[in-house]
Design a protein around this ligand. Sequence first.
Ligand code: PMV
Length: 363
Amino acid sequence: MQIDYKNPELTVTSQIEPKEIAWQSPSNIAIIKYWGKHGRQLPRNPSISLTLNEAHTRTEISYRAKVATDRPIDLEFYFDGKQNPAFANKIERFFTSIIDIFPFLGQLKLVIHSSNSFPHSAGIASSASAMSALSLCLCTMEQELFGTLQDKNEFLRKASFVSRLGSGSACRSVYPVAAAWGTSDHLEGSSDLFAIDCASTIHPIFKKFHDDILLISKAEKSVSSTAGHGLMDGNVYAAPRYQQANDRFKALLEAMKTGDVAQFGTLAEQEALTLHALMMTSNPAYVLMTANSLKAIRLVQQYRKDTGNPLYFTLDAGPNLHLLYPDSVADEVSTFVNDALQPLCQDGDVLKDVVGEGAVRYL
Ligand code: PMV
């Protein structure tokens, strides 16, 4: 049976008490990349990510009974304390698209406040943390209004499913440490519909991994991820890429289970460069790396050769490098980052992050 969570019974029939709830949800960094989708936000291949700690979104929703209005969804949205109509429209569209999952959304007046721990224009994708924080709030609202979703795993699975509908990669953000999304014969319980928790299957070394984000450029991307996914449909390398991603998914799971940092790092770098190669072979072709991205890549690889320290990089769909390394080399890497890599970053900005414990409810 295909889960779709459509449930006309989630309609409030008694008086609605006003209430506030809030979740903090982190960003995540994919090691095996999701690039290419079909249907309603379904991935073309399985992906795995590490959950971050410092980069997160905090979202508070206060709700009360809606007074008669012709708007199907009645919401106000504030970002960093300021009303933001562009984001409000986006969320209104998202909520309208999931009203058959949460029909009670049509019965409420919603006021949403959201903020990010990282600067708005840092060139870091905020959709994963933002969409997962929102979806977690919606599941808590359901829980409080109807007494459903009492089981933690069931709760997180639905939150992941709904996050996916908001932004694919967001479905991996609800879990601590590491999450996998996309059906694979090599991971029991894996699904295209939601992510699953991988924390228990990975070696402890990855639970304390670092991710220093080099802000090579804070400019908005010239081609959005949505457009990038779309261009995979005409990419001649699409079919072999999806096969390759499946093979690498299996290899990465094995490396993460056994604590094989060198294999993990090799796959992370291969995936980063493959992602950008796919962009460069799309039609139209485009390049998101800049000269400083390439300089930083060369310096990281040379540093690894010279010192033997396990320092690796990955890239998102943008020019900024994520530096991945175990805690054991953190002091040495910090000196190298400050001396050699920071000068390549816009305003010298580096965001230092580590693997985190996942989303938390704070209200
Ligand atoms: O979730 P989206 O549609 O923003 O796509 C994210 C794509 C990558 O960040 C490049 C890879 C990934 O798996 O997160």
